[in-house]
Structures are given as structure tokens and as C-alpha cells.
Design a protein around this ligand. Structure first.
Ligand SMILES: [Zn+2]
Length: 319
């Protein structure tokens, strides 16, 4: 994990492997301190706390969870006494998508079900290299907000803006105007293939336009290296490209799986986990079929199809 100062009072830790679960965290070291996102397991959360401990006077007063996914909330239990802030929809959603028991169970059965679900086996084996999901307790946000929430930290305003649903239902970005910093959560993936679960392309693109209009000097993405505005622009270009290529394939009558095997990756072949493309193509297809933005996913099947796409393309199976 790499610790970085990104402005006078803002810091980040970056999970450099940049694969699934390798989420970043942020720190605004003012007014008692704000930690943004708490990592995927206890050992990563401890490392993050140790790294931020280089600059903070003590455990922070606030935690912001940018959305409900496990990799952004599973270190919450270390911040007892802090006000944990998230979007109104988060507590319910966390119980569904960030249940630690479900992950522990998947890690246990992966070897047994590997013949039926090669994707589950592959993702579990990859996660085993870096993560241990034992001991995680689900700790929900204590302060919920609807559209916007502002913290005043020693005279520096920090705006939490609800932008969902683009990557997940609870998507929040954290803007620190005085320091020109946006903590984007998973509306920006940098140098790795994004994925979204609940939401629409339209909302996601609108959110990226909003970030561009805020004109930050620094963006801390949910995943991948710290960047400037180019992070939002590249993400926008990727989504627009995948949506239009998916439409072309959809109109030709190809399935989302066939499309995912054929769409030219172009420069995005260099990004981590390129076969996660399948999730983005399938999401576009859901929109073309006029299915609801919160239509449920069969995650095991999706992992299997990502393996299928990687194999068809002759690329490494990576999540
Ligand atoms: Zn994430």
C-alpha cells in the first residue's frame, strides 16, 4: 500500500495491485479528521490506519463510506466512536452486498464448486493471495444523508454529493473545494476495468461531467493511481466506447457474452482485468432491453463468464 499526500491536508493510500478488492482510502486531516473508505479486510484496514497515523493526531472523528461495496466498508469496525456517514440507501444495501458471512462461505466452498463455477474458484484463489475475510463484522453508517451533506472542518468545507446510482446505489463523491480534491469512490477506476452493479450509463456519465465541472487538481479514484481530470475523462471515454460498441453488437443480434469476446479492447487492453468488460457490456444490454437499473446479478455466473471471456481472448484470468 502506498501512502501519498495529495494536497495540503488531504492524503491517500493506494492499493497498488489494483485488482478486485484493492480499493483506495482517503484522509482529510482537519477538524478531527475524516477517513474515506475503510478497506476490504482487517489487515488492510490496519495497514491503512498505520499509514494515516503518520500524519493524524488520533483516530478520526468521521468516516465516509463512498458506497455499500465490501471493499469500501469492511474496516468500519476499527472506527468505533466515529460518525460514519453514507447515503440513506446504504444500511439496507450493505446487508445484501457486503455480508461478510457470504464472502467467508464463498472462500470455503470455492474449491468444491470449482468444477461448476470456475469463475468463483478463480476469484477466490486470487483473493486468497492478499485477503483474509475472517473476523469482519458489518458496521453500518451512523449518519445518513439524501442529496448533499457538508462538513465544516476548521473552516474548510467538505461536500458529500450523492451521485448514484451509477456504479452502486449509494455512490457518493467527496469534494474538498479549498484544496481542489475529489475523492471519487468507484465512479472512477483508474488503469483498471471498471464495473458497476446498480445504476445507468446516463447517471454515470452525468456524474463524471459533474466531477469535470468541479475542476479538481487531484482525484483520488476508488481504485487505481491518484490522478487529475484525465481520470474522469478516460473513464467517460471508456464508458461511451463500451456502450456504443455494445449497441453495435446488440443490433447485430450477438449475446452480451459474444460481444464481450469480440469488442476490440484498444487501449483498454492495457488496463487491469480487461475481461471485466463483460459486466459493462451486460449492463449496456440490460439498458437496451429496458430492464430496471437494479435488476439482480448472478455473481457466480458473472465470474464464470469473465473467465470465459479471458480464455476466448487468450488473456490472463484476472479480476
Ligand atoms: Zn470498489
Amino acid at each position: 500500500m502506498k501512502f501519498q499526500q495529495v494536497s495540503e491536508n488531504c492524503f491517500a493510500v493506494e492499493n497498488e495491485k489494483n485488482r478486485v478488492c484493492d480499493a483506495n482510502s482517503g484522509l482529510i486531516n482537519l477538524g478531527g479528521g475524516v477517513v474515506i473508505d475503510t478497506q476490504s479486510d482487517l489487515s488492510h484496514a490496519r495497514q491503512m490506519i498505520e499509514l494515516f497515523g503518520k500524519v493524524w493526531p488520533g483516530m478520526p472523528k468521521y468516516v465516509v463510506n463512498t458506497h455499500e461495496d465490501a471493499d469500501h466498508v469492511w474496516g468500519n469496525q476499527f472506527f468505533e466512536g466515529a460518525e460514519i456517514i453514507g447515503h440513506r440507501t446504504m444500511p439496507d444495501r450493505m446487508k445484501h452486498v457486503a455480508d461478510p458471512m457470504e464472502m467467508q462461505q464463498m472462500m470455503k466452498v470455492a474449491e468444491k464448486i470449482g468444477a461448476i463455477h470456475p469463475g468463483v474458484l478463480a476469484v477466490a484463489r486470487q483473493l486468497q493471495q492478499d485477503y483474509d475475510f475472517d473476523g469482519i463484522e458489518l458496521v453500518l453508517p451512523t449518519t445518513l444523508y439524501d442529496e448533499q451533506y457538508t462538513l465544516n472542518l476548521d473552516g474548510t468545507k467538505v461536500n458529500l454529493i450523492y451521485v448514484g446510482a451509477c456504479h452502486q446505489l449509494g455512490d457518493t463523491i467527496v469534494h474538498v473545494p479549498k484544496e481542489g480534491v475529489v475523492f471519487a469512490g468507484d465512479v472512477i477506476f483508474r488503469q483498471c476495468t471498471p464495473n458497476g452493479w446498480i445504476g445507468t450509463y446516463e447517471k454515470w456519465l452525468k456524474c463524471l461531467d459533474l466531477i469535470i465541472s468541479l475542476n479538481p487538481k487531484v482525484i483520488v479514484p476508488g481504485h487505481g493511481p491518484i490522478c487529475g481530470l484525465e481520470g474522469a475523462k478516460d473513464m467517460k471515454a471508456y464508458l461511451e466506447y463500451v456502450r456504443s460498441e455494445s449497441k453495435r453488437c446488440f443490433d447485430q443480434g450477438l449475446t452480451s457474452l459474444e460481444a464481450s469476446k469480440r469488442i476490440d479492447l484498444g487501449p483498454y487492453g492495457e488496463w487491469k482485468a480487461p475481461a471485466r468488460l463483460y459486466l459493462n457490456v451486460e449492463r449496456a444490454y440490460r439498458e437496451f432491453r429496458k430492464e430496471p437499473a437494479d435488476a439482480p446479478w448472478d455473481k457466480a455466473k458473472s465470474f464464470d463468464l469473465i473467465v470465459d471471456v479471458a480464455k476466448a481472448r487468450g488473456i490472463e484470468v484476472e479480476f
